[in-house]
Design a protein around this ligand. Structure first.
Ligand code: SF4
Length: 265
């Protein structure tokens, strides 16, 4: 009976995620912007640098990789939130640490947890295809990461179950967010692409669903590289949403063409 209930809970969570991609909005946390309905305000708002971020002057380029390696080791040992107790692998990120563009998703799922790499499985294959066909890039040309580094599970006692995914909680996002900002500060990308509503909401604080937020450039509201060096952010659909609804591909292709024009100029 208990096992059946857990299975049902997993299936229900998976179903909710299929219908909720456009509307899911995790509550704003202390690391995010105040909610505002004025998008231009959101685009220009600059959060003050906090103690969660590295001092700008202390950053070295990613060339020697020592700081990034130390961060990876720290993350592998991390238990700052409960996800650290149930993960199989902490999933840091993958790709070129000098990339012009960083793609950011929500968090690892079953396949990512098992393989220790973000965006593998069907969503990852589609992301690779988009990179190749629209941007002429390989996975190794860009950097790919997530908001949280460990797999949020409906039933954390069963990491071997598929359909056990859930969105990260505000507390988990808050605990993990410094890793992403440190990653970004080492990579120093020209722009970030947020994949889906959760990543967009967390990084930009926009209140709209992804269908309204996508296809526009924003300024990343955390000052990582000092005044006058904003990172641009382009929200688009999560590849999983395209798998569920192929009609979204047209808009995604348009977004990727905007990205291509930006990184090539
Ligand atoms: S999700 Fe992030 S903060 Fe939580 S345990 Fe994993 S690495 Fe640490």
């Amino acid at each position: 009976m208990k096992r059946e209930l857990k299975k049902l809970a997993g299936e229900l969570a998976a179903y909710i995620r299929t219908v909720d991609e456009d509307t899911y909005m995790p509550p704003v946390t202390g690391n995010q912007l105040p909610v505002t309905s004025n998008q231009s305000q959101v685009a220009s708002y600059q959060l003050p640098v906090t103690s969660n971020q590295l001092p700008v002057a202390s950053r070295r380029p990613p060339g020697d990789g020592a700081e990034m390696a130390a961060l990876i080791e720290e993350m592998k040992q991390c238990r700052k939130c409960l996800l650290g107790n149930s993960r199989l692998n902490a999933v840091f990120g993958v790709g070129n640490t000098a990339a012009k563009v960083v793609f950011v998703g929500e968090g690892p799922g079953f396949d990512e947890d098992h393989r220790g790499e973000p965006f593998v499985g069907r969503s990852g294959a589609l992301l690779d295809k988009i990179l190749d066909t629209v941007l002429g890039l390989k996975r190794s040309d860009v950097y790919i990461a997530n908001i949280v580094k460990c797999h949020p599970m409906v039933n954390p006692e069963n990491p071997e179950a598929r359909g056990n995914d859930r969105p990260p909680t505000p507390e988990e996002i808050s605990a993990c967010r410094p890793y992403l900002d440190k990653q970004l500060s080492f990579i120093k990308p020209k722009c970030i692409v947020t994949l889906g509503s959760v990543a967009t909401r967390v990084l930009l604080g926009v209140t709209q669903g992804i269908s309204l937020a996508r296809g526009k450039w924003y300024d990343y509201p955390v000052e990582l590289f000092g005044p006058g060096h904003p990172i641009k952010v382009l929200p688009t659909y999560h590849p999983a949403a395209l798998l569920r609804n192929p009609n979204l591909k047209r808009d995604t292709w348009e977004d990727m063409k905007m990205l291509k024009a930006f990184i090539e100029k």
